[in-house]
Ligand binder design. Structure first.
Ligand code: ADP
Ligand code: MG
Ligand code: MG
Length: 949
């Protein structure tokens, strides 16, 4: 072959002393440097260096790829290096590249820092041409094998190196099979394969206008270029976009040149893939597949059914033993479960690839604990293996993964889990049927606060409108019930009590199944798996709590939720929303009357009726949380949320007015009929009695009374109407405008504590005031709290300890934290409102209208309502933490917005020194894991890295 003289090479080497180096032999490369060598290359280097049998080869670095793409040609010196390393390969293998007598064949394999399955390509058997096939035949005495290898090479090389489409090759192959009446590849003879090769070469010439390059060096250049280019191929680019693979994570592909070994040289040869542990269960056992007398890609292609790896014990006992040893060598080195490829050529085992094994969540938990027990990893490392969000799968029922069927409709995965039940289109009916023990799927176009009793009764919630933050989604998540929202294919008709999807009609009572995790709706019942907590989760959670610094509390509004939160390990309730309690069917009317009251006295009268109900809720929550803090937020949402809408009221008023007119007309009926048609009148004797009845009814004046009531409500609702209720009279502002409401709530809290204390329950109430923007608001509320506190203590003759604090959810409150902390004993960040205010985005509008565009245009990388905006909102939080604690060093600070359950936000909260995060009960295990991660990662990087203010 055309080679440069050694002398010239030496000189070049010195010239290049400080130039980039592009090639590393498997013996040389730094196996920890995946960014430079790619995952596959790094693995090959490591395996070679720890003494595993890897066919000789070398890696061309990702930098070479990057430089190639930049200059649009091979970077200077690259090909010289490739020559040098090929020469070394020839020496090691005692074969010659392009040597017809002892041909060296190699594979040219792509591999970037991150695995991108099926995205880039590998060329096998490179080095074959019309001369070397002859040599190989003589060596192997197996013509069929050689021409099979040749045709595989021609196709892969044609495709990857020269861009010839698969179809042409596939057609030729199929035609040949037909011609020789062969069902499968293996039935083709050597002669047939020879024909295939000849046609493949013709095809390449036809498609490219040039003959297939017989020069093996040209083959090598073209193949390396082909792999380089595949990095920017559409498939690969799309894949990286889809999975958010940034250039920092993986930039360019390496090219691995690896001596070919053959698993298809007879029955003493084989190929396979293995896992050092079962990736489905985590069990420590030989796991994998192999095929006797086959090449690597045959296992994946499914040409023949592979056999389970444990059968190799009988097929090839020695190799099996070697593999067992090798498993443990791999795990000892990587301290991680490995997924590897191997090939056996004439009784000799070769390793071709290894990487960290992808496992399901169950296997990951088990192996995390096992690897610690076996002394391979530390507890911290075991915890870091587990992505906190992954734990979600354990906590919910889920559709059997074996179930495969087209869903009836798809929507947004608004709340995870799965549920089957009867479709019901309104909340009252859902409650009624639910109370009779029916399983219900509450199905609405969208839901409103007044549907809450339907949520309690339902197994799951389905809506045809709204996103991840719609009322349905938020409430369902809070309750831990599955929800599919925005299933737009669903055409719901409340009148007919049915929903249509194309031709399919779903009537009330029909059975459906929701998959809230995937956002799918299925007709009928679907096989499901119950929540399945891995045995080892408890151990992992104990470890997590040991390392975590920030505590995990729960957002829980009801005794049930509090109970569940505690079971999942909550260390307190960070947010108990009192308004949810008012939405229950028996309370809403009282609540409405209280709001509609014209005078403070009347309002107090209604409030007094609500006190015992609210008190009872609190007592039960204190029982569930015995010994742990319960943060109760006083009424927060604008009052109109509890009232009927103006349209609804106008409708009622109009109906009642029409009714009155009709009644009047009925009373006049005898006279009117007599006037119109005296004969007819005589024939209608009953008309008088009817009229009398109507008259009696009218005398009662029921309709008039109701009409007056409705008109009064309408007037009041109009008075309460706000242009921008979320920025209007809500939270503490409303509490100050209508003090009877807060008084009632505060009294209920203290009385509940008193009652609980009598039961020997350690009730720890923390009263939280929402929507505070100035310390003066707290200064106004505080004395009322103190008075009621004294009053209840006296009446019940007990000592009640409590804390008084505030939500911090208004930007101004962050900036005035130093003053606010003079009164507030604790802060809790309400990052939903705080994000809305900081961005001046209304969440629903932002998410429905412009955030998607902002996202695709790269203006905002994330939805700030899902991913906490550390730079803006986070900065306000930091100010509040710092200045609040300057006033009150022991100021307790938490977060109770939805971000509180989000691992990235938890890490941030840990960094800025919050005491706790509070999240929905179902996210507690996730948050505990995330809290541990935050602490462990911080120790790993050493000093605390908090952005300066
Ligand atoms: P992928 O990233 O798609 O797994 P690989 O580069 O690992 O691609 O190669 C594809 C197939 O070819 C695998 O089954 C691999 O084991 C096999 N293979 C790659 N190089 C060689 C070689 N030098 N000898 C034998 N088989 C090989
Ligand atoms: Mg592979
Ligand atoms: Mg708020």
């Amino acid at each position: 072959m055309a080679r440069k003289t050694t002398g010239k090479k030496e000189k070049e080497k010195t010239d290049m002393a400080d130039k980039k180096r592009y090639c590393y032999a498997f013996e040389e490369g730094d196996g920890t440097n995946k960014k430079l060598l790619g995952g596959k290359g790094a693995g090959l280097c490591t395996m070679t260096q720890i003494g595993l049998p890897v066919p000789p080869g070398f890696v061309i670095t990702t930098e070479a790829n990057v430089d190639y793409l930049e200059y649009d040609k091979f970077p200077e010196g690259l090909m010289d290096e490739v020559h040098e390393y090929m020469e070394a390969l020839e020496k090691k293998t005692e074969k010659g590249f392009g040597d017809p007598n002892k041909p060296l064949l190699v594979s040219v394999r792509s591999g970037s820092a991150l695995s991108m399955p099926g995205m880039m390509d590998t060329i096998l058997n490179l080095g074959l041409n019309d001369e070397t096939v002859g040599g190989l035949c003589a060596l192997t005495k197996n013509e069929r094998f050689v021409y099979d290898a040749y045709r595989r090479f021609l196709q892969l090389f044609g495709k990857i190196g020269l861009g010839v489409k698969d179809e042409g090759f596939d057609e030729i192959f199929e035609e040949t099979k037909k011609k020789y009446n062969a069902q499968v590849d293996t039935e083709l003879t050597a002669e047939a394969m020879k024909e295939v090769c000849a046609h493949f070469k013709d095809n390449i010439k036809k498609q490219t206008g040039r003959p297939f390059p017989q020069d093996v060096w040209a083959q090598l250049y073209i193949s390396i270029e082909g792999v380089f280019r595949s990095w920017m191929g559409k498939r690969a680019v799309d894949y990286r976009r889809q999975f958010n693979i940034t250039p920092e994570m993986a930039l360019g592909t390496a090219v691995n040149i690896c001596t070919m070994v053959f698993g298809n040289m007879g029955n003493d040869s084989a190929t396979g893939v293995g896992f050092t542990r079962d990736p489905g269960t985590g069990e420590h056992m030989m796991y994998g597949d192999y095929l006797i007398n086959a090449q690597g890609e045959d296992v994946v292609a499914g040409i023949r059914t592979p056999r389970p790896l444990r059968e190799l014990r009988t097929d090839m006992p020695d190799i099996y033993k070697e593999l067992e040893k090798l498993n443990s060598t791999l795990e000892k080195h990587y301290r991680e479960v490995q997924d590897y490829e191997f090939t056996i050529e004439r009784g000799k085992l070769y390793m071709l690839q290894t990487r960290n094994g992808k496992m399901n969540a169950w296997a990951l938990c088990k192996t995390s604990v096992d690897l610690v027990k076996e002394g391979l990893i530390t507890e911290e490392e075991a915890l870091l293996r587990i992505d906190p969000d992954m734990l979600e799968q354990f906590l919910h029922r889920r559709i059997d993964p074996d179930f495969k069927q087209e869903p009836l409709a798809v929507g947004i995965s608004a709340s995870p889990g799965a549920a089957t039940g009867k479709v019901v289109f309104d909340a009252d009916r859902a409650e009624y049927l639910g109370n009779q023990g029916e399983k219900i799927i509450l199905t609405r176009v969208e839901t409103k606060p007044e549907d809450i009793h339907g949520f309690f009764a339902a197994q799951g919630i389905l809506t045809s409108r709204g996103g991840k933050t719609s009322h349905a989604a938020v409430v369902a998540r809070g309750m831990g019930k599955p929800c599919v929202s925005g299933a737009e294919g669903l055409d719901i008709n409340y009148e007919l009590k049915e929903a249509r999807v194309g031709d399919v009609v779903m009537k009330e009572g029909d059975i459906v199944t929701l998959d809230g995790t995937a956002g799918a709706v299925y007709l009928g019942a679907v096989p499901m798996l119950d929540p399945d907590l891995p045995k080892d989760l408890k151990t992992l959670m104990e470890w997590a709590d040991k390392y975590a610094k920030i505590e995990v509390w729960a957002n829980a509004d009801t005794p049930d939720m509090a109970q569940r939160a505690r079971e999942h390990g909550a260390m307190g309730i960070g947010l108990c929303r009192t308004e949810r309690m008012f939405n229950e069917a028996d309370r809403l009317p009282l609540m409405r009357n209280m709001i509609l009251a014209d005078t403070p006295e009347e309002r107090k009268r209604w409030a007094d009726k609500l006190t015992p109900m609210q008190r009872q809720d609190f007592v039960e929550i204190f029982r569930a949380m015995n010994g742990l803090p319960v943060t109760i937020r006083l009424l927060d949402p604008p009052l109109h949320e509890f009232l009927p809408s103006i349209e609804e009221l106008i409708n009622d008023v109009n109906r009642l007015r029409e009714f009155s007119q009709i009644m009047y007309a009925m009373e006049q009926l005898p006279g009117t009929v007599a006037m119109l048609d005296p004969e007819l009148y005589k024939q209608m004797p009953s008309i008088e009695s009817l009229t009398r009845e109507v008259g009696d009814y009218r005398a009662k004046g029921l309709d008039q009374k109701l009409l007056k009531q409705k008109e009064q409500v309408l007037r009041r609702v109009r008075v309460l109407h706000e242009y921008n209720p979320m920025l209007g009279n809500r939270g503490v502002r409303c509490g100050i405008s209508f003090p009877e409401i807060y008084d009632m709530q505060i009294k209920a809290i203290f009385e509940a504590v008193a009652i609980a204390l009598r039961e020997k329950i350690d009730a720890r109430a923390e009263i939280m005031i929402p929507n505070v923007c100035t310390v003066q608001e707290l200064v106004w509320v505080k004395p009322r709290v103190e008075n009621l506190h004294k009053e209840v203590e006296k009446r019940y003759n007990v000592k009640i300890k409590y804390k008084f604090g505030t939500m911090v959810e208004i930007a101004r409150a962050c900036l005035r934290a130093a003053r606010i902390a003079t009164v507030a004993e604790f802060f809790s960040f309400g990052t939903n409102d705080l994000s809305q205010g900081t961005f001046s985005f209304s969440r629903e509008d932002a998410e429905n209208k412009f955030l998607p565009i902002y996202n695709t245009e790269g203006i905002l990388r994330h939805n700030p309502f899902e991913i906490l905006d550390e730079l803006g909102v986070g900065r306000l939080m930091q100010i509040a933490v710092k200045e609040g604690r300057e006033t009150r060093p022991d100021l307790k600070i938490g977060i109770c917005g939805e971000h509180g359950g989000q691992p990235q936000a938890i890490e941030f909260c840990h960094r800025i020194g919050l005491n706790y995060v509070s999240c929905s009960p179902m996210r507690i295990p996730i948050a505990r894991m995330a809290a541990a991660h935050a602490a462990i990662k911080e120790n790993q990087v050493g000093a605390q890295v908090t952005r300066a203010l």
